[in-house]
Each structure stands twice: as C-alpha cells, then as structure tokens.
Write a protein that binds this ligand. Structure first.
Ligand SMILES: O=C([C@H](O)CO)[C@H](O)[C@H](O)COP(=O)(O)O
Length: 213
C-alpha cells in the first residue's frame, strides 16, 4: 500500500517543512482543502515547488465549475485532484477529461456518497476514496469500517481511504484491498512526524508481505 500525507490546518511553512521531513516515507503529498481555502492555489504551487519529485494532490473537493477549478489545480502543479462522488456526473466527467488532457489523475472522494451512487460512477477511470469526515470523527460517530470498500474491491477499482487513519487501521485496510492510505493528523500532530510516517509506511509494507505469504 502507498502512503499519502495529508496537510491540513497548518501554516504553509509548517506544511512544507512536514512534507520535507516525511519525504522518504511518503508516496503522495496532499495539499488539504483547508490549506487551499486559507492560502489559495499558492499552497499547491509552493508544495509542488518544494517537493518536485513527489506526486502532489490538490484536495479541491470539486462539486461544480469543473473546467475552471481543474485548471486552477493542474496549472498550480497538481498531479492529482479530488472531485466529490456526489457531484453531478457531468462535473466528474469534466474533471476526468481535464486530467486526461494533461496526463494527470482524478480521485473521486466518496464522502457521504451512498452505494447506489457509487455503483453509477464506478466505471470512471479514477481512484475511489472512501472517506470518514472530520466532523463525523469529532462527533464520535466516525467508523473506520469504511462502508463500500468491499464493493469497490469486488469491482476491481483502485481505492484510497481517508479520515482518522493511524497505524492500527492499516491491517483492515490492507485486507480491504486499499491501494493508498491517506493519513493527516496521525502524522502532522505526532510529536515526531517523521517517525509516525515511518511507522505507517512500515505497517503498509508489512501488511503487503503478510498478504503475499
Ligand atoms: O480530506 C480531509 C478532511 O476532509 C479535511 O480535514 C483530510 O485530508 C483527511 O481526512 C485526512 O486527514 P486526517 O483525518 O486528519 O487523517
């Protein structure tokens, strides 16, 4: 499994510092929605500039106005962007088209997207991200069981998982066939972020070798 560091609720300087300190252990760096809202597309540009060899995802959470918003993300240097699974199909298709034109990738964020809707978009050439929202996590109602993962596994699509993920979540995500583990707070709020990223990456690798046995 690959590891994506999510950078949220940080200054741009701290975000870049964290991306650099954990660089060895991560496969992707996500410029979180909170950074994009607070600092604009400059946040994507500066993170990509600081980590030119890393795949950088702009967590745009696009719902509408997809030509304009995709262009903003890709022109700022994003290798991937997010569109919401609950967005109109036309919006998702525009994002896919804008990404294809540039050889980039779309991640579809399934936050609050039910199985019926997921089944309608599962054919899209994208990564599907099951996501437990920050608000659900904080209200204590967040589930790490990630409804929908078994369906996505059955459909053979590439999946990611996000929302309150730590080392303990890794074995079940591994069993569910998740390709990309997205971890924010468990790294950025750790006393030693580099060590936290190393432990997560190690858990991702361990899971893989035990599955291979
Ligand atoms: O997308 C995210 C969320 O909506 C905004 O905080 C986060 O990047 C994602 O949930 C990962 O962050 P953690 O939940 O802190 O691991």
């Amino acid at each position: 499994m690959e590891l994506q560091l999510a950078l949220d609720r940080l200054s741009l300087e701290d975000a870049i510092d964290l991306a650099r300190r954990t660089d060895y252990f991560t496969d992707y760096v996500e410029v979180g929605t909170s950074l994009i809202k607070e600092f604009g597309m400059r946040s994507v540009f500066e993170v990509k500039k600081a980590c030119p060899d890393k795949l950088v995802m702009a967590d745009m959470k696009i719902m509408d106005n997809a030509v304009y918003e995709s262009k903003l993300a890709f022109e700022a240097g994003a290798d991937l962007l997010t569109v919401m699974g609950a967005a109109p199909v036309e919006t998702i298709e525009i994002c896919l088209n804008e990404a294809e034109k540039r050889g980039r990738t779309v991640m579809i964020d399934l936050l609050n997207t039910d199985l019926e809707r997921t089944a309608k978009i599962v054919h899209c050439p994208a990564i599907f991200c099951v996501h437990t929202s920050k608000d659900l996590q904080e209200s204590g109602n967040g589930s790490f069981e990630f409804e929908g993962l078994s369906f996505l596994k059955e459909m053979g699509v590439r999946t990611a998982a996000a929302g309150g993920i730590g080392v303990k979540s890794i074995p079940s995500l591994q069993k569910s066939g998740v390709s990309i583990v997205i971890a924010g707070s468990s790294i950025t709020k750790a006393a030693d972020p580099s060590r936290a990223a190393a432990e997560l990456k190690e858990a991702c690798m361990k899971g893989m070798s035990s599955l291979e046995c």
